[in-house]
Design a binder for this molecule. Structure first.
Ligand SMILES: O=C(O)CCC(=O)C(=O)O
Ligand SMILES: [Mn+2]
Length: 392
């Protein structure tokens, strides 16, 4: 256990304690206790090899999604966390380009919904990519330079659009789920033993070096027997995987670019959070799997009529120098099910953010945009110090 983890303030739950530890700026936390699946460095004796269904995904379909054949994937589980599967970057060289480009260029477009829609008009939020790319490409490292719209993007919702106020999905607020992302999700879910998985909702989170995502459980989906898939790109993060209760101390683990996490079964409803983004040393490079990337390989992703060009990748790679993108994909309804009538609804449909920290979340953002009241936002935050917070 890293130094400094043992002191616990009265009334503070074990999860929150570690969340604060890893979010701390000054002094920066010791990351030596963070499990790193890619380096075989981990929670001693707790890391298991996960069995995948190799025959469920053809090599051709894997390749189409930018993935290596499933037989090549390195997948892990954790003892005591059945249903939790960590796949250490199974993407082909170049296979991540397409997804990063989609997250920055395509998915923020209407009819999808993003945080900027809450305080900007439709004209202003259309074509974030077009409005940002030149400025982003030529940007120096100066903190004073105004942020581009892409840098102000915090979340995008897809499919059944998650409502941050009601913490529910509704049949009235639905747009077509991106075909390519549904395809990628289907392959990953099938390899993990869920051949009938249907991507129905997505939340994309955009993190910068000072962002964090608060402690929560994803339980708004109506059928928890379906897995939740999570894909990470760009800078690494510390991810905390907790238990069913907040007084269970979470396991810290790195999520690197290309890593995929599947939460299913007993692990589907575990508390989790992202307290910290961990940039590459020096802060001026991309993770090696992205910098070595022969972008033209992304042409193998034959799912899109808009392949990632060298110009696109120039913008994406500049963005990722100090950012992380995470895509979570969810099935909202059980197979063949529809939304229940209002009167039949249970009481459990809550994305269980117990964001009791940062009562100051209605203050002004440091980029001049108004902070949204906590109830309007996801729990993605930026923190300049332990106690300040910025919700999108
Ligand atoms: O960014 C991550 O790794 C986690 C995202 C997440 O938990 C969510 O969107 O519900
Ligand atoms: Mn989550």
């Amino acid at each position: 256990m890293a130094a400094g983890l043992s002191v616990r303030e009265p009334g503070e739950d074990a999860f929150r304690k570690l969340f604060k530890f890893y979010r701390r700026r000054n002094p920066a936390p010791d990351l030596s206790a963070v499990t790193d699946f890619s380096q075989n460095r981990g929670t001693e004796g707790k890391v298991l090899d996960a069995q995948l269904s190799v025959s469920a995904v053809s090599t051709q379909d894997a390749r189409k999604a930018g993935l290596q054949p499933v037989s090549e994937w390195k997948a892990y589980g954790l003892e005591g966390y059945p249903g939790f599967i960590f796949i250490s970057n199974p993407f082909l060289p170049g296979g991540q380009c397409h997804w990063v480009k989609q997250c920055l260029k395509t998915y923020p477009q209407k009819p999808n919904v993003c945080n900027l829609d809450l305080h900007m008009g439709a004209g202003e939020t259309s074509d974030l990519w077009g409005k940002s790319k030149e400025q982003l490409r030529h940007k120096g490292s100066g903190r004073q330079e105004p942020k581009t719209l892409l840098e102000k993007l915090r979340w995008v919702t897809l499919g059944f659009h998650y409502n941050w106020d009601t913490k529910k999905y509704s049949p009235e607020h639905h747009t077509a789920f991106p075909i390519d992302l549904a395809f990628l999700s289907r392959q990953v879910a099938a390899a993990c033993g869920f051949p009938r998985f249907k991507a129905e909702a997505g939340i994309l989170n955009y993190y910068h070096l000072d962002s964090s995502l608060g402690i929560h459980v994803d339980e708004s989906e109506l059928d928890h027997s379906c897995p939740l898939l999570s894909f990470s790109f760009g800078q690494s993060s510390v991810f905390l995987l907790g238990g069913l209760r907040r007084d269970e101390a979470p396991i810290p683990m790195f999520m690197h670019s290309g890593d995929i996490m599947v939460m299913s079964g007993v692990s589907r409803l575990l508390y989790h959070a992202v307290p910290r983004i961990v940039p590459c040393p020096g802060g001026t490079t991309l993770p090696s799997c992205l910098s070595q990337m022969a972008f033209h390989n992304s042409a193998t992703i034959s799912l899109s009529s808009d392949p990632c060009t060298p110009e696109d990748w120039e913008v994406c790679s500049k963005y990722l120098l100090n950012s992380r993108i995470n895509m979570t994909v969810r099935q909202v309804l059980g197979p063949g099910r529809t939304f229940p009538a209002e009167s039949e609804e249970g009481h459990g449909a809550v994305r269980g953010y117990e964001g009791s920290y940062h009562p100051d979340s209605d203050e002004e953002h440091n980029d001049g945009t108004a902070k949204r009241p906590k109830k309007n936002g996801s729990n993605l935050e930026s923190s300049e110090s332990d106690m300040s917070s910025i919700t999108h």
